[in-house]
Design a binder for this molecule. Structure first.
Ligand SMILES: Cc1cc2nc3c(=O)[nH]c(=O)nc-3n(C[C@H](O)[C@H](O)[C@H](O)COP(=O)(O)O)c2cc1C
Length: 366
């Protein structure tokens, strides 16, 4: 097995990557009062130095009173936080890295373990945190308009600060995904409805607004998932036709890159083909895609949160799919959280030096 193919450059609009390895977005909560510190900048700079092609930041929240559920999650608004992010991107660029912030609104969620609560109730399409479980308020049309503007402002600020692209967090059962998912979107006013096509409207309007402010050449990635933190087995699209109905309007609205979140990248998305989620998204939309989920590790990340230690494993199956052209980029989470040198070690064939992941790695910014 060879992995040198992962070290070929990639271009997408104004984005130029030296290789195909992406650092997956990972919430770390080390930004007191939402302001990224110099330790956060050092953490990302180490990944730039370690040959990561594209660094996607941890989820960083847009300017809405209840967009966050923890005081340590970074903001992507306000002078101090944006100053912190400017330091991050300057450090990353100085080391030859390329980076996109992941713009996020948590929607209606259960309060975090710290007990911290935002100043206003959590907001979402219908106020549900999970099927039949209230946990916040239903957004008015004015709330929706302001939220779309908050994402557009954050995207404009990302470009002004010098970031190379942006990613919008549309996955895992958070705000945008709560609009996609029928159990959490019971609206009847045009942002909801029985079909996925109707429930895509919020995301499509949001992406159009972002595209308008960043211009035609600035890459927009959208992270999506079938699974939800509220239900690991949920599927928004049960067939390729439904997946096309979900993704085509988003591609039309301006998405350049679909970041297709799976827990295990090798799992086929539909019966009758071994294509995974990223493979199908590329085939159905013609857009570039990123795959992710337990690349180079023995166990998935939710098992890891429950204390399972994951050990390094081979990349043969990843390379088989990559060589077939199923996806363009590969995102790696926990291996890069534990080891800033992961990409370089793969490049140099130093597989005996790879480290696994255990949740103790979350305690500090290594
Ligand atoms: C500590 C931690 C925090 C995460 N935070 C985010 C996040 O902010 N946004 C997001 O889209 N995914 C988040 N994820 C999911 C990862 O981006 C990734 O999809 C997942 O870890 C699977 O990749 P892996 O098996 O390589 O770790 C997080 C995962 C971990 C381990």
């Amino acid at each position: 097995m060879t992995t040198h193919q992962l070290f070929q450059p990639f271009e997408l609009k104004s984005l130029r990557l030296k290789n195909r390895i992406v650092m997956a977005p990972m919430t770390r909560s080390f930004s007191p009062d939402g302001v990224p510190t110099s330790q956060v900048a050092d953490y990302y700079a180490r990944r730039a130095q370690g040959e990561v092609g594209l660094i996607i930041s941890e989820g960083t929240v847009v300017n809405r009173p209840s967009s966050s559920y923890d005081a340590g999650i970074p903001h992507f608004y306000g002078e101090k936080a944006l100053h912190g992010w400017k330091d991050v991107i300057d450090r990353v660029h100085a080391l030859g890295g390329v980076m996109a912030p992941q713009l996020w609104h948590v929607g209606v969620v259960a309060p975090g373990t710290s007990g911290w609560l935002p100043p206003t109730p959590f907001e979402g399409p219908s106020g549900y945190v999970a099927p039949g479980k209230p946990g916040g308020v239903a957004m008015t049309e004015n709330d929706i308009d302001e939220t779309i503007q908050a994402f557009a402002q954050a995207a404009a600020d990302a470009k002004t600060l010098g970031f190379d692209a942006i990613e919008i967090h549309g996955a895992h059962g958070y705000l945008i995904d709560q609009f996609f998912w029928h159990p959490t979107n019971q609206r009847t006013n045009g942002y909801g409805g029985e079909t996925l096509v109707k429930r895509v409207r919020f995301a499509a309007e949001l992406i159009r607004a972002v595209r308008k402010v960043v211009g035609p050449d600035f890459p927009i990635s959208l992270r999506i998932s079938q699974w939800k933190l509220q239900d690991y087995s949920a599927k928004l699209a049960a067939t390729p036709q439904e997946m096309r109905a979900w993704l085509a309007p988003l591609a039309d609205a301006g998405v350049d890159l679909f970041h297709c979140s799976q827990r295990r990248f090798w799992e086929p998305e539909f019966d009758g083909s071994d294509l995974n989620f990223a493979g199908w998204a590329k085939k159905l939309t013609g857009k570039s895609t990123i795959t992710v989920g337990s690349i180079g590790l023995s166990g998935d990340f939710l098992a890891a949160f429950q204390g399972e230690h994951s050990i390094p494993c081979r990349l043969d199956e990843l390379m088989r799919r990559f060589d077939r052209g199923d996806f363009d980029l590969v995102a790696v989470g926990r291996p890069l959280l534990s080891d800033s040198e992961w990409a370089r070690k793969i490049h140099e064939g130093r597989s005996s030096e790879l480290v696994g992941f255990s949740k103790e790695a979350l305690a500090t910014l290594i």
